[in-house]
Design a protein around this ligand. Structure first.
Ligand code: CMP
Length: 138
């Protein structure tokens, strides 16, 4: 067992039918899927998830986008999970994401950037609990 991170496949990638390819890349990179579901956020709940960004200019637009369609949140496990997962997804802005990263391959824009990855162990734990109860973790 390693440590854990949180991810969600965002509405642009789900609606483009890229969720299967993305989950395959995640498993092939050595992450174990501990929990997974398909759901949709309300604008209000998207705002709670992204509360740290509430003062940013793009906050309202981000909440509208994140509640615009289905998402696939997941808990992932691997040694060095947070850091290794951020390498696998690449930079927030797909124009800056390294070739072969998930965002390089699938993101549409800096906002519709295909996937989220926690930025610290502390936030990973909070984000996992935002979506999943202990009974949903395997
Ligand atoms: P994520 O890693 O989920 O964390 C915050 C999200 O805000 C980010 O991915 C993008 O979806 C979005 N975001 C970050 N910067 C910008 C920006 N400059 N304009 C619009 N959306 C952004």
């Amino acid at each position: 067992a390693g440590n854990r991170t949180f991810t969600m496949i965002k509405p642009d990638a789900v609606s483009a039918a890229n969720s299967g390819a993305i989950m395959k890349m995640i498993e092939e990179a050595g992450f174990r899927i501990v929990a997974v579901k398909k759901t949709q956020l309300s604008e209000e709940r998207a705002g709670e998830f992204y509360a740290v960004h509430s003062q940013r200019s793009f906050f309202k637009e981000l909440c509208t986008y994140m509640s615009s369609g289905a998402i696939i949140p997941m808990i992932l496990e691997k040694d060095n999970a947070v850091e290794d997962f951020r390498k696998l997804i690449g930079a927030t802005d797909p124009k800056k994401a390294e070739p072969g990263t998930i965002r390089n391959l699938f993101a549409k824009s800096i906002e519709a950037n295909a996937i989220h990855g926690s930025d610290s162990d502390e936030n990973a734990a909070l984000e996992c609990s935002f979506f999943f109860s202990n009974l949903e973790r395997f």
